[in-house]
Design a protein around this ligand. Sequence first.
Ligand SMILES: Cc1cc2nc3c(=O)[nH]c(=O)nc-3n(C[C@H](O)[C@H](O)[C@H](O)COP(=O)(O)O)c2cc1C
Length: 183
Amino acid sequence: MPKFLVLYASTHGQTEKIASRVGDVLGREGAEVVTEKADGDVETDPAGVDAVVVGASVHAGHHQRDVVDWAKAHAATLNGMPAAFFSVSLSAAEDTDESRQDNRKYLDDFAERTGWTPAETAVIAGALQYREYDFMTRLLMRLLMKHQHHPTDTSQDHEYTDWDQVEGFARRCADLPTIASRP
Ligand SMILES: Cc1cc2nc3c(=O)[nH]c(=O)nc-3n(C[C@H](O)[C@H](O)[C@H](O)COP(=O)(O)O)c2cc1C
């Protein structure tokens, strides 16, 4: 039974929900799973597990610093083991050349900042969590979303996550240790 670490950062909760689903699928596929939120404190060393799935969301063009710092500190280990990364954003909910370029840019930025090039990646649509935002963030996001023709009803959250995509990604992650052990 391979041991997986699912390490994530989540500012408003959506990446946490996705990381939890990834952990559930890995468990169903027969893995032992440790799920951990990156918060700058002592976090699990990837050298102690068989495979790693890392997740973070994009805020103002970048992923959370706690995950970037952790991946940078462990880049040598991560580059040599079965390891995957998923990026959660609103641009992943769009189907335009511009959004595809943004998604690529977010992944490249993460690889450049950390020195880790994950074997498996996914860009996953997040959510508009108006009810989680503070006053200023809600105002700013509403303005931005109006401009981009997204929902502006701040009395409710709007989820874009494709859960079938999340499950498919998690199943591919479950196969990573097997693929890595092939001669
Ligand atoms: C202040 C703020 C800034 C954001 N900046 C971006 C951005 O630059 N690009 C993008 O695609 N999504 C952006 N988003 C959308 C988030 O990535 C999305 O809401 C995601 O679901 C948040 O995940 P979390 O709840 O795990 O933090 C932003 C959201 C907020 C609230």
